[in-house]
Design a binder for this molecule. Sequence first.
Ligand code: PEP
Ligand code: MG
Length: 591
Amino acid sequence: MTALRKPHQVKITGIPGSPGIAIGPTYLFTKNRITVEPRRIKESKVPAEIKRFKDALDKTRQAIKGTRARAVEQTGDIVARIFDSHLLILDDVMLREETLARIKKEKICADALVDDFMQRMYRSLKAQKGEFFSQRADDVLDVARRIIYNLQGLADEYLTDLKKAVVVIAPELSPSDIIHLDRRYVLGIATNLGGATSHTAILTRSLGVPAVTGLKNITDLVCENQEIIINGNSGKVVLHPTDEVLNEYKNKRKRAKAFRTRLRKLRGLPTETTDGRRVHLAANIELPVETKSVIEQGGEGVGLFRTEYLYLTRGSLPSEEDQLKEYLKITEALNPKSVVIRTFDLGGDKVMPGMEFPKESNPFLGWRAIRVSLDMTDMLRAQFSAILRASTKKNVHILLPLISQLEEVKRARKILNEVMVELSSRGIPYDENIKLGIMIEVPAAALIADELARECDFFSIGTNDLVQYTLAVDRGNETIADLYSAYHPAVLKLIRLTVEAGHKANIPVAICGEMAGDPLAALLLVGLELDQLSMSPVVLPEIKKIIRSIDQKTAREIADKALTFHTSKDVEKYLLRTMKKLFADLPVWFN
Ligand code: PEP
Ligand code: MG
């Protein structure tokens, strides 16, 4: 008799979705494809078809509300907003009206009409640039699947009947799939599709389930019940691991767990270097519901509230009163911590279908951000007025995006002053000393930072755009993604220039691009003397840990040395070497 040979170990790499290491047997979750035939219906059956369609919408609404309640219970309000957007898609007037009209006129079954409508909506969202629209497009498919399941009387297939702890392998998982999975038995998740900021990644992070996405064909590589390791920090996946690799990862998992427990203890401690230089550690948020997570993660304020999401999620311009309500939710919950509210950064990739924006061949170099606000002064006045009215507790700052000309700051300041005068004349209170800051996210602004510093109260460096405009590399284009690096010497020089100009004029300088939350960049940024780092709430504890482990002199030396290299790769390699040397016991970030 021949002994069964163990298959060879295989290592593959995807995109880190949610941190943590999972080791266990695989569970393949591939759903049945739904088939939709454009069936003709008789005239006499039209009323019954209309009823079938309306019933399916009602059932789907109930189901989404159920999933939403489950999401609130498991993860809090933050992820529930994903299901709020599902309800908005479901209750889209066009979906209802168009389908009803077509059932009556074309006499085609509702399944095919819903499918057709949703596919068109999906394609139009996918055609837009940016992760935001890509996520919305995936949501559309999730809702479409639920409506069609209900029309066809099928039960939704969810991962609720797991009997033992497994690592789930799937082509992709929708937000509803994730919320319905039985967490007691899900050790980790690995999917073919998805990116770092997809809803799958956001949800798995909130649930604390390690995940790797974007593995392309993992479902073809594994069978049921095989041993697998997934590392949600590095995106690495090992199939059929050898005993040696298995032990190595078990050790790593133990260390990572202990590390996270230690980080929790830092929450109440100040963010300062070992020799006492304070760094203000703040969070970036897109919607007021995220305020809770800022507090949970120990954020010392909000360094960037991207108000355009109020516009984008509702699909129309929020009124002054609507804005005031949303701003107060954040400023009151965080008081006395500070909140930086950025005026609408619309245009570029942040355009909703249906919004009246001119067709431009280069939208990122076109009518966007402050340029839109200064042309639509009624919109800007209403926004300034709402922000000012939310500032009575004196913890609000205003931030202007994409400044490239001195006149833009002067014009915005003039309008702000006029709005203040008007509020005073109506006896409405506000913070008369409210700070007005500007984003430094184009090289021109960094190069004239000394002049700009005289016209504003603080700088916030937006490296996401600064990298794109300095290197002429589209931040959303995968083809040239390897050229997009915040470690490029040109970017580092512009950051240093901005900090020096700001400090010479006695104004604080923050950084609120993704770079601020990159553990590898933390020492460099502290060394460059940034006063505030603002990042996604989940990374706050790690960055605090790094800052609290170094003295300012060493950080400065690291920054000086980093600026001597000539390529992004060399800077990155140097920082990685330095981090590994300084944090020998904390390898969880880097392998
Ligand atoms: C940036 O450009 O770095 C930034 C923070 O703004 P956004 O990512 O919203 O463009
Ligand atoms: Mg920007």
